[in-house]
Design a protein around this ligand. Sequence first.
Ligand SMILES: NC(=O)c1ccc[n+]([C@@H]2O[C@H](COP(=O)([O-])OP(=O)(O)OC[C@H]3O[C@@H](n4cnc5c(N)ncnc54)[C@H](OP(=O)(O)O)[C@@H]3O)[C@@H](O)[C@H]2O)c1
Length: 331
Amino acid sequence: MPASPLRVAIVGATGYSGVELVRRLARHPGAIVTGAYGSSASEAPRRLPGLARIWDGEVQPFDAGRVAHENDAAMLALPERAAAEIAPALLAAGLRVIDLSGAFRLRDEGARARWYPATGALPEGTVYGLAERDSAAIAGARLVSCPGCYPTAALLALGPLADAGLLAGDVIVDAKSGISGAGKAPSDRTHFSENHGSVAAYGVFTHRHTAEIEQELRHAVTFVPHLVPLDRGILETIYVRVPGGTTAADVASAFESAYAEAPFVRLTGTALPEIKHVAYTNFCDIGWVLDEAGGRLVVIACLDNLVKGAAGQAIQNFNVAFGLDERAGLL
Ligand SMILES: NC(=O)c1ccc[n+]([C@@H]2O[C@H](COP(=O)([O-])OP(=O)(O)OC[C@H]3O[C@@H](n4cnc5c(N)ncnc54)[C@H](OP(=O)(O)O)[C@@H]3O)[C@@H](O)[C@H]2O)c1
């Protein structure tokens, strides 16, 4: 740990992911939360009742000057339009930025203009930060763009298979997410009375996370997200065609070698993972079953969208970026 704690501002602290950032950073051994900010829409400071006795500070209206002048780093848990506007100014002031939004995830200019039109050019020193796969780049980054919640599970499940040459054809990612994935503002789709007792697919061929998964995987995927009546959690059932002759040992070896040193990936093999086992944790659990004769592999990956899919992995990236123990504040 550094001699003195790193000074961190949390912007978007009244949102679902922001509260999770405050909860964990308040107890982080190498960081001190210098300030937590909501939007400037409300002028009065606000408390976070769920964090009483964990963090007893007050959330302040956003003040770019204070964030820029008092901190080593800023964690942004903002709508992407706000992140696109705020991050460059903080970088210019010398802070390192860990961004949870999609604003800086896509490297291709055309794709970025389509899916994240508020973002201009990527600031120098921006890296896509999935700690299990990009830790060397994260270590020197000025701006770490954290993966989306769905892509985190998909890439942790598929990355090792791609690296081992085990993706032989179509890949289908059938994903289910709890409602908090959509943030705290209710909509027709996420309203309790619409969602309770129902399951619905959405965004078929139009979800921007497809572009992100394909960018990182360098393989086409059919990605179909669903909303399920849970408050939190993502479970992805992923269908893969593997090359002829692939054995169960090949698949196990691909996962085990990729994650031998990864503190937050738990491989469950044929004991398939479920959301209850990862809720409120920074773990991504991955299980699989191979049909050797048919060359079909089904992988199940699940995580908590607000922790490993958002705030937890952002803190993991903060730890890697500043050379701290990757697990600090997360276990
Ligand atoms: N939810 C998830 O599972 C998840 C997972 C991965 C990534 N993400 C990404 O993380 C980001 C935050 O998501 P969320 O679900 O936590 O959002 P959220 O619940 O909607 O909260 C948004 C936060 O941003 C603040 N805010 C809004 N506009 C602002 C502005 N112009 N300036 C300063 N603050 C502003 C809000 O403050 P007020 O309270 O004052 O409005 C609130 O604190 C999004 O980009 C999202 O895509 C979310």
